[in-house]
Design a protein around this ligand. Structure first.
Ligand code: A2P
Length: 336
């Protein structure tokens, strides 16, 4: 059996990766259509080596669609997801628009696959930083309950979209030539810099990105009381988010125990041999679907503490791959 698929945001950084991931995983596609704004209508995208025309999104575009993969920003999701769902499509939405809606499952297939079963037409794909963190922490949590998570992120510019990727390149070139390129996508110059702000600030001093890490972790792990202390930072990296994570568990856990758990965890690769300079970095992780963990060590700051370094490709596991895995769950559980 094969399915009709639509991608909204097909020209964007995540949309382009969705196309690649559908190909690589051989998702059973019958018909496929590529949707974006009117600006892109008539542009071409490639799928299995063939050129397809991009269409401007409209209501009719969702007729006869089984699965609609959305990555065109929250406002577009709010407008088009209910329309696509009313026409019978299951929407897998990469924006933050529906993630905390109690009627909408928020799914990481390695953690809470069964949650897709109660969808009502929309399933949310979590925030990129949250996905890679829970993929690595949930297997530990199942063995030694995690009470608290302290995390600082080092997030790539591709998470802010195609213009941010271009800006990093143009700013870098300008600096090398003794010139200045005025940033368009981020609130500060990002080349040769780091910016401790991702998404907007809230009155409590946290950014929305940080609050996503708190709230989404609780929803995905079904742990409404787990404590999360995040600081989210943009760094001049094209692809791949890194995270310095410290957890506090209820019972003591050794680094060796954690390493063994993670070696057997789905979607996780342990790269942890620091004396030989083995630990994951975003350049090496970019283009891969797994979440990579290294620097696993007993934390010296408090009892029952464990620290580690988690790296994932934000466009893949943090977005496109996770969305396609959700589509695969819909096929597996015969929910289409
Ligand atoms: P377009 O290229 O036509 O602007 P990114 O996050 O990498 O910037 O990508 C955003 C994606 O969302 C692009 O595919 C973009 O299409 C799409 N998009 C932006 N605004 C709209 C809109 N009003 N309607 C449909 N798609 C949109």
């Amino acid at each position: 059996k094969s399915y009709n698929v639509a991608i909204l945001g097909a020209t964007g950084a995540v949309g382009q990766t969705m196309i690649k991931v559908l190909e690589e995983r051989n998702f059973p596609v019958n018909e496929i259509k590529f949707l974006a704004s009117e600006r892109s209508a008539g542009k071409e995208v490639e799928y299995y080596g063939m050129k397809y025309k991009v269409e401007a999104v409209c209501e009719e575009a969702f007729e006869n669609v089984d699965i609609a993969l959305f990555s065109a920003g929250g406002e577009r999701s709010k407008k088009w997801a209910p329309i696509a769902a009313s026409k019978g499509a299951v929407v897998i939405d990469n924006s933050s628009a529906f993630r905390m809606d109690p009627e909408v499952p928020l799914v990481v297939p390695e953690v809470n696959p069964e949650d897709v079963k109660w969808h009502k037409g929309i399933i949310a794909n979590p925030n990129c930083s949250t996905i890679q963190m829970v993929v690595a922490l949930y297997p530990i949590h199942k063995v030694k309950k995690i009470k608290r998570i302290i995390v600082a992120t080092y997030q790539a510019v591709s998470g802010a979209g195609a213009t941010a990727i271009e800006d990093l390149e143009l700013e870098t070139k300008a600096v090398m030539e003794g010139k200045y390129f005025y940033p368009r996508a981020l609130p500060h110059h990002i080349a040769f810099n780091v910016i401790p702000r991702i998404d907007n600030f809230e009155p409590n001093g946290y950014t929305k990105e940080e609050l996503k890490m708190i709230n989404e972790t609780r929803k995905i792990m079904h742990e409404p009381d787990i404590k999360v202390s995040p600081t989210c930072v943009r760094v001049p990296v094209y692809v791949g988010h890194s995270e310095a994570v410290t957890i506090e568990t209820q019972e003591p856990i050794t680094a060796e125990e954690a390493r063994e758990i993670l070696k057997n965890a789905p979607g996780v690769v342990v790269e942890d041999d620091p004396f030989n300079n083995v630990y994951p970095t975003p350049i090496e992780v970019a283009g891969k679907d797994d979440v990579f963990v290294g620097r696993i060590r007993k934390d010296l700051g408090f009892e029952n503490g464990l620290s580690m370094w988690i790296v994932g490709d934000n466009l893949r596991k943090g977005a496109a791959t996770n969305a396609v895995q959700i589509a695969e769950l819909l096929v597996k559980y015969e929910l289409l």
